[in-house]
Ligand binder design. Sequence first.
Ligand code: ADP
Ligand code: ZN
Ligand code: ZN
Length: 735
Amino acid sequence: MLRVAIDTPVARLFDYLTAAGLRVPPEGARVWVTFGRRKVVGMVIEHAADSQLAPEKLKTIAAAIDTEPLLDADLLGLLRWAADYYHHPIGEVISTALPKMLREGAAAQVVREHWTATAEGIAALARCELRRTPRQLELLAFLAARGNGAAAEDLTALMAQWRTIARTLVKRGWIVSLEQTSAIPAATTVTDERLSPALHDDRELTDEQKFAIAAIGAASNRFGTFLLEGITGSGKTEVYLQAVASALARGKRTLVLVPEIGLTPQLVARFAARFRVPLAVLHSGLTATERTAAWRMARSGHAQVLLGTRSAVFAPVPDLGLIVIDEEHDASFKQQDGGFRYSARDLAIVRAQREQVPIVLGSATPSLESLYNVGVGRSVKLTLSRRTGQSLPPKLALVDLRLQAMHHGLSGFALEAIRRHLADEDQVLIYLNRRGYAPTLACTACGWIAGCHACDARLTVHRASQRLKCHHCGADIALPSRCPQCGYAVKPVGQGTERVEEALAALFPESPLARIDRDVVRKQADMQAVVARVVSREARVLVGTQMLTKGHHFPAITLAVVLNADHGLFSTDFRAAERLAQTIVQVAGRAGRGKKPGEVLIQTEYPEHPLLQALLRDGYAGFAATALAERKESAWPPFSHLAALRASAHTLRAALDFLAEARKLMPPPRGVKLLGPAPATMVKRAERFHAQLLIESANRGSLQRFLAAWRSAVEKLPGTHRVRWALDVDPLELF
Ligand code: ADP
Ligand code: ZN
Ligand code: ZN
């Protein structure tokens, strides 16, 4: 009997029988089963001797899809671990791990089309039904005459236009295309000669790089976690490349995870150029077909290096020898919405441990969790303390906004600095965490403010497209020219990247601008184009959001201005300070990567704030030490463990009631605290009202045991049809 995982919110496995005489599908293989009134794809998780269901109630599987496991024991084990740890139904976890086409039953391996006539087709032939369509007759008769059917090439040889004809025959149910699997290509072991030399001959690895590479290499056949800390430009990627090279030389494959917008063509090119072995790339910008092809390349072992974003942590990599996570602090490694909210970074560590391989976490601004792990001896820190080449670390300074005349968000001091750097033929960068023209549209007479109907949020003015947009729910309406309340004039208040770009264009008409945010950079090709304009120095001034703080090498930027650091200084989220410090350091890292030292200006109304002071005085390390001490004091993670039960409904009452009921289900054991329920900071979002209940414990084991029992009770609560809920273990953001 088979225990089958099915993509459904019910957290259990379903029992099915194997058809008599059929080979029993192995664990990790997919099967077609009848589920309710639907036919669905399930995955065999276990074989079992008996079922709790009465024998007459047991159904037989409709068909087996795979004869070999689609997911090997290692990967299936990881997914089962994740389902347990995140308390999420295994069927949905597996579904997250698989590309859509494979979820829907596509073959596991590279396939060739294979056509056959159906029984009905043969019967139709016998009844001479195709007398008036000679070409259909010819195709069907050809297939019927060949018992085993024919490949697409054979049909092309038969008649050029066969596909059109075939489509009609398929519609009539007379022929079908079967997917026939071809053999799995053998894994190629890469020999040393195929690995090009480490660096150009005139450059040598630094002692710190050599030490890091040796340390990772020494752990090559066992689990070990390394935190590679080094500012941008310190040569981290070079360390990854060397570690990958040594894995390849041992005949092992590597999984490299990067943040959502970190998977740039430059990075892929750098890996491809170095190794000249097949790479597979998995990211959210792929079509379903591309994604499936990349996944198949990974599974078959054809790809020697798999580069991917968050969900690639679940991709099959046979003979895994190394995992690398670049920018490990990046929030995009955490799935923050939907049902299955996992951390790809944390799961990658679990995967490395299960498969006994080393894992390298790299960052210029490591997460406090990772630094804590170093402190308690769970991870080894490797430091790259200097930039390679001649470039010096940038100088940071605070600009007190209370003392400055302002010009569209830019202080007089910052404008002066920009003028100076541009006069020296250098490039400058302006960072602002807000896209659009202005975050608010207000009436000059009655005080009306354009708000979103679906959210507790203001609408952002987008001037070029003449729209008002909600950045939370996607609402998008025409930009009004008059106040809808009193008919008086309206005006945009505050700055977005679009407005700062406009202001700078007016102030520095000689200096061409480039803007980098989601409104102008939508595809990788857009990014490539803008990067090319910056690298060629055609663009002199860069304005952008978070997007421009990631990984690009712009050697001629000598000045970076953080327009407003004050977001995050007073947030209710205990991680806000960490995120702000990371952003400032990442932006600062963009300045002075060439031969000239960089200058960084941080505009703030709170220059005496302890966080900014610590950052300026002692750098990120100093900030991190202060912030960790604060976390310890207030018993926040990593000194405690959290989970959040989040709920949303059409009224706030319904969401809060659901959470209150959930809270009453089960008294928490000693050492586990329930906090709330409380409305979310932004209560209304996309027509739904959000609330959360926090579960906290100093002991991870106690928390996990409680969550396991509690979640199955929550699942059975009446009223779950009125709310959407999700359990978020190790939540990244508390809203
Ligand atoms: P990071 O990943 O930390 O930003 P990179 O590995 O991309 O740093 O290195 C930054 C630049 O310095 C790259 O152009 C890289 O080729 C070069 N580089 C790396 N290591 C060395 C070295 N030991 N000597 C000289 N140049 C190096
Ligand atoms: Zn008005
Ligand atoms: Zn909205």
